[in-house]
Design a binder for this molecule. Structure first.
Ligand code: PRP
Ligand code: URA
Length: 205
């Protein structure tokens, strides 16, 4: 588990937490913060030796070796996708639609479309790791579809969600900008930042 405490990441996170941040700024900050998280999440990405001819001479370098797949969990994970596509233009993208029940907090899957995953490094994107129900279900789905090397990228995690993930998917590393105090009675992360999907898409009541 990696908590990205880079000063810029913490600066951007506080802006997301601020209830006065409007959706247009919330989207922009989410993208910038995801870029930082992905830099950390891919720091050990495998590379292979290659060479090019500069205008002066031939030189050695390294190229990304493995295919990369990003799987945003709808809706909120969509806010993280642009950053990944800009950093890795050849990324393949799968989608998982999961919605948490307001009373039981159990997720149900309403959509799944995944590319081939078996030889790829797969990054599941969901900004909020609360009870961990959605993340563990998503990881189950990508593994059932063949994913072997999987990483979870979130923005705010609760200790309960981290524990749930470690219990069911000990092989999956989590990269996040914060681990907060816990969950409230509605299973929202506290202090958290509220409902990420609503703040991203302007659907707050
Ligand atoms: C939110 C969030 C996560 C999930 C986290 O999604 O984006 O997917 O809750 O909670 P958990 O760890 O307790 O499962 P939500 O179900 O509200 O759907 P939305 O993104 O469509 O708003
Ligand atoms: N989903 C969110 O968007 N926020 C939380 O705090 C918990 C679940």
């Amino acid at each position: 588990m990696t908590v990205v405490d880079h000063p810029l990441a913490q600066h951007l996170l506080l802006s997301l937490r601020d209830e006065t941040t409007p959706p247009e700024q919330f989207r922009h900050v989410t993208k910038r913060l995801t870029t930082l998280l992905m830099v950390m999440a891919t720091s050990d990405f495998p590379t292979e030796a290659s060479s090019v001819q500069t205008p002066l001479e031939e030189t050695e370098g390294r190229l990304l070796e493995r295919p990369l797949v990003a799987v945003p969990i709808l809706r909120a994970g969509l806010g993280m996708l642009d950053a990944v596509v800009e950093m890795f233009p050849r990324v393949r993208v799968g989608y998982l639609g999961l919605e948490r029940d307001d009373a039981t907090f159990e997720p149900s899957e309403y959509y799944a479309k995944l590319p081939p995953l078996d030889d790829a490094l797969t990054f599941v994107l969901d900004p909020m790791l609360a009870t961990g129900g959605s993340a563990t279900a998503a990881l189950r789905s990508v593994k059932a579809a063949g994913a072997v090397h999987v990483r979870m990228v979130s923005i705010v995690a609760a200790p309960e969600g981290v524990a749930a993930l470690e219990a069911e998917h000990p092989d999956v590393d989590v990269v996040t900008a914060a681990v907060d105090r816990g969950l409230n009675a509605s299973a929202y992360i506290v202090p958290g930042l509220g409902d990420f999907g609503d703040r991203l898409f302007g659907t707050e009541a």
